[in-house]
Design a protein around this ligand. Structure first.
Ligand code: ADP
Length: 271
């Protein structure tokens, strides 16, 4: 408090305040750098198939103009490149939509067993094509979680697709549902080559891949696990990654569960 004298000579007191604001510049710079890197990476990922498309268009207009066999081959590759771009754009849009709603906790009651069953039914035909069997082991009975059904489907689809892509051919993918206290744990396990420990902490970074060529060959965008991480965070869950190189990998998602022991559903299952 400091004394003051007004224009007419009267004395008074005023409070002198200093506003100090601390801004963590390191954190701000890190976020800015991540944004710049993300745009650079996304542009690069889009430019690669685009460059390939432009190359094929030029070849088809010039040297391969009258080569029917080459035309067929090139058009097939061009179709694949266009699909790759479209997958990437879909993933980029999903990621930004989930991030935009990150602060909103989705509240619908979602039957987790039904979500996992849906994912298994959807991906089993693809699995059969690749000689991979998908097995669901539910040890938690009927359990629901608070969330967004479509996002939860997307989350487990991404994990199961990865297990099929990187789990080696002729393999098996196990989806387990177990109860741990008030939580439900969904584990997606494969028996492939696994992941070396130094890569594990970085797997959920956007565009991080252990082997970029292999990921692209498998139709990967490098955004699958980043999407998984954001969906899990929005559901206030936890993502765990365990791997023993040479023996496979398990990606597990822990969520707060609501466990139902109603007889109706037990009878339904028995029938
Ligand atoms: P991608 O589109 O490349 O599959 P993801 O974000 O889904 O991108 O995964 C990132 C990387 O993590 C993959 O490129 C792969 O190297 C590694 N990965 C993911 N799942 C597995 C798994 N089940 N086994 C081994 N490596 C995996």
């Amino acid at each position: 408090i400091v004394p003051i004298r007004s224009g007419d000579g009267r004395e008074g007191k005023a409070t002198e305040a200093v506003l100090v604001s601390f801004v963590d510049l390191t954190q701000q710079r890190r976020v800015e750098q991540m944004r710049v890197d993300f745009i650079a990476n996304a542009s690069h990922e889009l430019r690669t198939p685009l460059a390939s498309l432009s190359g094929f268009i030029e070849t088809l207009q010039g040297p391969a103009k009258n080569d029917v066999a080459a035309r067929e081959r090139f058009l097939k590759i061009m179709g694949e490149q266009a699909r790759r771009m479209s997958r990437l754009i879909d993933d980029l849009l999903s990621l930004s939509r989930i991030e935009l709603n990150a602060h909103l906790m989705p509240e619908a009651e979602v039957d987790l067993g039904a979500v996992v069953g849906h994912v298994s039914d959807t991906l089993s035909p693809l699995g059969r094509e690749r000689g991979v069997e998908i097995a669901v082991l539910n040890q938690a009975g009927r359990v629901s979680v608070r969330g967004d059904r479509d996002e939860l489907i997307r989350l487990f689809e991404n994990l199961v697709e990865n297990a099929m892509k990187y789990g080696g051919s002729g393999g098996r993918v196990e989806i387990s549902i177990t109860r741990e206290g008030g939580d439900v744990l969904v584990g997606v396990r494969d028996f492939g080559p696994g992941i070396a420990p130094e890569h594990v902490p970085r797997l959920t970074e956007r565009f991080y891949r252990v082997d970029t060529a292999h990921s692209r060959e498998q139709g990967g965008t490098g955004l699958g696990l980043a999407i998984v991480k954001h969906i899990v965070a929005r559901h206030r869950g936890r993502l765990g990654i365990d791997s023993t190189p040479g023996e496979g990998a398990t990606f597990s998602v822990r969520l707060a569960g609501e466990f139902h022991t109603d007889e109706k559903s037990d009878m339904g299952t028995a029938a």
